[in-house]
Design a protein around this ligand. Structure first.
Ligand code: HEC
Length: 281
């Protein structure tokens, strides 16, 4: 009886957290759905332990930290982020993340979540760009990871659906496609070298295939807790790692290039459910 109650505890906590994020499913249920519909995916099925650990995903606590931070008046102007528009109107977070990157008329730019957050922290809250709140982008103790994890969690289980209505959105997506397939650098790799066939492996890791939408949906589900890093990581952090992995020039977070690759990879998972936050090895 006690054992049963203890086992249920993490689940109850996870449900509690996602309930006040007002999502109908837990991230592990979303992953289970992807497993059920992609029975032959070596990538998705490679780690039973990953699924088992998801109810205790430490990133679930990061959501709570982010929620508190989002609604707290902060910065030189002492206001909260509640008037920040992530594309669906000021303060509307539900489903905003799965529609990003998108074009914002107030900046005339296509922006991803991180870039938009920087914009709001600087314009609405008045943070200077070298303030740690803006500058520190990595790790669960950073304001950025807290806020990004909270905002993204409000899209858990929803289908990726980045906007492609504006010509710039389309141009960024297309530029990202070029980047994905273009071989460069001293290793002459492209992203496609490792991510365009089923069951490709580096040592024990099975790599996701961009052409398998179900696999790709999990691959781009960030923020995620990376067990190997013991920390929560962002989409931009993943992009940086990919370029490092190819030994190509370091990509700049928030640059058009970084947003272009994210536009392309999000479009590639269109219609598939997002796991937010995810847990990775
Ligand atoms: C040399 C092979 C290689 C190349 C080239 C490469 N990657 Fe990866 N990619 C990996 C490995 C290895 C991982 C980590 C897998 C793991 O941790 O289990 C990974 C992880 C990822 C993930 C997250 C997958 C997950 O399971 O969460 C994404 C998304 C991704 N890469 C995209 C890209 C993009 C975009 C590029 C090009 C800019 C790229 N990769 C280039 C090998 C590669």
């Amino acid at each position: 009886m006690i054992k049963k109650a203890l086992l249920a505890l993490p689940v109850a906590l996870a449900i509690g957290i996602s309930a006040h994020a007002d999502t109908t499913k837990n991230p592990e249920d979303v992953l289970q759905g992807l497993l059920d519909t992609n029975k032959s995916s070596k990538y998705l099925w490679q780690s039973e332990q990953n699924l088992m650990m998801m109810a205790d995903n430490p990133a679930l606590w990061t959501i709570d930290d982010g929620k508190e931070l989002f609604h707290t008046p902060r910065g030189p102007k002492n206001v909260s982020l509640e008037t920040c528009d992530f594309g669906k109107g000021p303060g509307v977070l539900k489903g905003a993340y799965v529609e990003m990157p998108r074009y914002f008329a107030d900046t005339g730019k296509v922006m991803d979540l991180e870039t938009r957050l920087v914009h709001c922290m600087m314009t609405i809250q008045g943070f200077p760009k070298d303030d740690p709140a803006v500058k520190q982008r990595h790790g669960a103790t950073s304001d950025h990871m807290k806020l990004q994890t909270y905002i993204a969690s409000e899209s858990n289980g929803m289908p990726w659906n980045p906007s492609l209505k504006h010509p710039l959105e389309k141009a960024m997506r297309d530029a990202g496609e070029q980047m994905f397939y273009r071989r460069a650098g001293k290793l002459d790799f492209s992203c496609a070298t490792c991510h365009s066939r089923d069951g490709k492996q580096i040592r024990a890791s099975v790599l996701p295939n961009l052409n398998q939408q179900g696999e790709w949906s999990k691959a781009i589900s960030w923020p995620a807790f990376r067990v190997g890093h013991q920390d929560v990581r962002s989409t931009q952090h993943r992009v940086r790692g990919c370029y490092w992995q190819m030994r190509q020039g370091q990509i700049v977070a928030g640059s058009d290039a970084s947003i272009a690759i994210i536009s392309f990879w999000t479009d590639a998972a269109r219609g598939q459910p997002a796991i937010l936050p995810d847990m990775k090895r």
